[in-house]
Design a protein around this ligand. Structure first.
Ligand SMILES: Cc1cc2nc3c(=O)[nH]c(=O)nc-3n(C[C@H](O)[C@H](O)[C@H](O)COP(=O)(O)O)c2cc1C
Length: 413
């Protein structure tokens, strides 16, 4: 019976334990978590989602306060188009986060950054260019392009000295998305170094419609591999979404996957950025507490725990402070939904918005509890303590469980 440790992921000159911890936005996949994966010989991700906000929390900067002061006059205005990010502060915040992370890196593994292209920041191209170029400047080992896959992303960094040396990967959920990306980026003469194939059971945003349950990861992975073969392309394929045990991972590795990307098991790790009480919500969740809905203003379905405080809340949009989801025209579907409710309830002190949520504010405050479909199994990965709470795990314990376990077993701490 094979174990994950019987396989290795080769990426250029690197030989790695084929376990990659996926990016989890707004500092859920912290530097500490990513660094553990790297120390143990795998790959970890930090995320650049809401990077200015994360920098304020971690590095004592005041970017959010300063931006809010600049645009305070617009807070009550329905139109958010004037609210722009200062590209200098985006670069600075990115630099602070990556420098602080990479300075602490140990071991033979790698640290990548998850770059969600749906964080359009009221200037999609310009802000993405700064985020990616700064990450390369700071010596990040790799960039994983996610959520929204901007087809021209490689071109935004093709003149960067590290364009061919850093690892660049993409996340797709279909052959169609993959072949579009490959076609579009072929002009840069640069293929992705790895392809994460994310299936319908993943956490965060889904690359599927509300019919996600009709799809199945193993089938999509097989289709992607067949497509690459027919195109004579040799690119490592990394399945993600619902890989809960070492044995689940081995099944993919035996059928030709180069590694696996996992996340949900690590949401209850000590090193994960979720507050301790929220980790307990993840442990407690039952299968019917996990829902996929369309409240994310990105337009993608998102999976979350049903009792997330963000669901049905109606706070005033905070675009002057945050504004990460404002599109190229300064619009966000939460702002539209909020304005609609305010207009429908004149004089109301607080409105309720049920169809969309203020993703920036709620992700920042850890009250949108996005999670993978198999979150309900987390309670079986640890001990229940005398006070009824669940014992938090170390990232090392979870990583090694994936690496060495067999027979679909999960080792308890
Ligand atoms: C709490 C949480 C937050 C996530 N946030 C992001 C994100 O910001 N960007 C992204 O590309 N994927 C995100 N994901 C998806 C993961 O990186 C990963 O691909 C997927 O969840 C793997 O499936 P698993 O959770 O079943 O192991 C998130 C997943 C979780 C559980």
């Amino acid at each position: 019976m094979k174990r994950v440790d019987d396989f290795r992921l080769r990426l250029g000159k690197h030989e790695l334990v084929p376990i990659m911890i996926g990016g989890m936005g707004v500092d859920i996949s912290t530097a500490d978590l990513a660094l553990e994966a790297a120390r143990l010989g795998g790959i970890g991700h930090i995320s650049d989602a809401m990077i200015n906000t994360v920098a304020d929390r971690r590095y004592e900067t005041k970017y959010v306060k300063e931006k809010l002061a600049l645009y305070k006059y617009n807070v009550k205005n329905e139109d958010k188009a004037v609210v722009q990010f200062d590209l200098g502060t985006v670069a600075e915040a990115t630099r602070l986060h990556i420098d602080a992370t990479m300075a602490r890196k140990q071991g033979s593994g790698l640290v990548f950054i998850n770059c969600m292209e749906k964080l359009t920041m009221n200037a999609p191209k310009e802000t993405l260019r700064v985020r990616m170029r700064t990450a390369l400047d700071c010596g990040i080992d790799g960039i994983t392009l996610a959520a929204g896959l901007h087809l021209g992303s490689f071109a935004l960094i093709e003149d960067h000295p590290r364009f061919r040396d850093a690892k660049l990967g993409i996340i797709v959920s279909s052959v169609r998305a993959l072949s579009l990306f490959l076609k579009k980026s072929s002009r840069t003469n640069r293929l992705p170094d790895y392809i994460v194939v994310e299936g319908p059971l993943a956490g965060g945003h889904l690359g599927f419609g509300m019919d996600w349950a009709k799809y199945d990861l193993a089938t999509i992975v097989a289709e992607v591999m067949a497509h690459l073969k027919s195109e004579h392309l040799d690119i490592p394929v990394i399945p993600a979404g619902g890989i809960f045990t070492g044995s689940d991972a081995v099944a993919f590795l035996e059928s030709g996957a180069a590694a696996v990307q996992v996340a949900t098991r690590f949401t209850v790790a000590e090193e994960c950025g979720l507050p301790a009480e929220v980790k307990q919500e993840y442990f407690k969740a039952n299968e019917d507490d996990i829902v996929v809905n369309e409240i994310s203003p990105t337009g993608y379905p998102m999976r979350m725990i049903r009792s997330s405080p963000a669901i049905g809340d109606g706070i005033r949009p905070n675009c002057e402070a945050y504004g990460y989801l404002l599109d190229a025209n300064g619009k966000c579907s939460y702002v539209t939904a909020y304005n609609r409710e305010v207009a429908a309830h004149p004089g109301a002190r607080k409105v309720k918005v049920t169809d969309k949520t203020c993703l920036c504010t709620h992700m920042r405050n850890f009250d949108l509890w996005t999670c993978g479909q198999l979150t309900w199994r987390l309670k079986d990965t640890t001990h229940r303590l005398a006070d009824g709470s669940y014992e938090i795990l170390s990232a090392e314990h979870i990583f090694k469980d994936y690496q060495f376990s067999t027979d679909n077993k999960v080792a308890l701490p």
